[in-house]
Write a protein that binds this ligand. Structure first.
Ligand code: UD1
Length: 363
């Protein structure tokens, strides 16, 4: 059986690594890897392939950055001939990026079965590009694999039949568990001259936060308070970097002595940095999940989350994006060092094996 696996952007890589390995391991699936090239910088792409042991893509569509319409259309145009030529039994897409929906649409229109890993997550905020990608991809998928029970409930509510839905756990956590020991060897704490449990980590890249200088400014006002207590390490996403270049916000960042910007970090360095942090502040989806397993408090700088299980588990606080609320969440977090953080069901490092078992039965 031949399956085309699709990756495009950074958060896809840690999801596809265990899936490629488990397909190969089965001896009955020939996994083909297609990289759309949505992310292309060494630090946003190649480094992850090397560190996660992902095989070289069989095909790189080299699409790169553009507006949503252009990027999605270019991926579709470039992916269609690959599906026609390779004649796969199924196409597997992960997550919620533009590459996910673009390749999903191409597959189903050519009559090829579509598998969606990380299905059913909903923020119920349709101003997020990812929410549109999730709803549409799920609506056209044949097999839908969920990380948490909210995903299953959302899909049922949208009328997806039960026999297409599988609660299997979280492939991103498979990668985390497989690499945690290796990440221990990272020298990033020494390089940054910081001690375990004495610093915060910040990541920001959502358009609603970083494309809007007012919102970004409010978040930075809260960070100003936090960095007066402890160093804040801020590996900066290219989108965020481009937005602030030469602006008033860049001057504000420069003025904060203990807010320390770094380039985007590789997987192992970032895992080490998160594992040893006193707390993490983020607008990422995956980081909300990873901190739950690492048992590090996470303050999410958004009004909503499509991953409610991380809040139920006790690791994640939804703080929103106003200065006062972020500072309040921060004070609450550091005032409560004995919080109990639960592990979500099936987040045990074996999700990819469960998915492959279903694929062998159903395809
Ligand atoms: C994309 C995903 C988002 C995911 C994020 C992780 C969509 C709609 N969004 O957002 O869900 O959380 O990736 O990073 O698919 N750029 C570079 N180098 C790169 C990639 C991007 O410089 O390797 C710059 C470009 O200026 C580009 C901008 O970053 O215009 C945004 O890239 P894009 O892929 O459009 O979206 P992200 O914000 O990265």
């Amino acid at each position: 059986m031949k399956i085309i696996n699709v990756v495009g952007a950074r958060p896809n890589f840690m999801k596809i690594a265990p899936l490629m390995a488990a397909q190969k391991e089965s001896g009955r699936i020939e996994p083909i890897l297609v990289h759309t090239g949505q992310h292309y910088d060494e630090r946003m792409s190649d480094l992850f392939f090397r560190q996660l042991g992902i095989p070289e893509p069989d095909v790189n569509l080299g699409v790169g950055s553009a507006s949503h319409a252009v990027q999605t259309a270019e991926i579709m145009k470039a992916f269609e001939p690959v599906v026609l030529e390779r004649k796969p039994d199924a196409v597997l897409v992960v997550g919620d990026v533009n590459s996910t929906i673009a390749c999903g649409l191409v597959a189903v229109k050519l009559g090829v079965k579509l598998i969606h890993v990380e299905a059913g997550l909903r923020s119920f905020d349709r101003s997020m590009p990812e929410e549109i990608n999730r709803i549409l991809t799920d609506a056209i998928s044949d097999l839908l694999f969920c990380t948490e029970k909210s995903g299953v409930e959302n899909l049922r509510r949208e009328g997806i039949p039960d026999d297409k839905i599988f609660l299997v756990g979280n492939v991103m956590i498979d990668s985390l568990m497989a690499n945690k020991e290796k990440a221990e060897k990272s020298r990033i704490l020494d390089e940054l001259n910081i001690k375990p449990n004495s610093y915060a980590v910040l990541t920001l890249h959502r358009p609603s936060n970083v494309d809007n200088p007012v919102v970004f400014g409010r978040i930075l006002d809260a960070i100003e308070v936090i960095q007066s207590d402890m160093p804040v390490i801020f590996p900066i996403h290219p989108r965020t970097q481009k937005n602030i270049a030469g602006s008033e916000l860049a001057r504000k960042i420069d003025s904060m002595r203990s807010l320390r910007l770094t380039e985007p970090l590789g997987y192992l360095d970032f895992l080490k940095l998160m594992s040893n942090a006193r707390l993490v502040l983020t607008d990422s989806g995956g980081i909300q999940e990873e901190t739950t397993i690492l048992k590090v408090p996470c303050i999410t700088l958004r009004e909503n989350t499509e991953r409610p299980i991380t809040v139920e588990a006790g690791s994640n606080i939804l703080a929103g994006t106003t200065t006062d609320k972020i500072i309040a969440a921060y004070r609450k977090t550091i005032g409560n060092s004995n919080r109990e953080i639960k592990t979500p069901p099936l987040w045990d490092g074996h999700a990819a094996e469960r998915i492959v078992k279903v694929l062998l039965e159903k395809l």
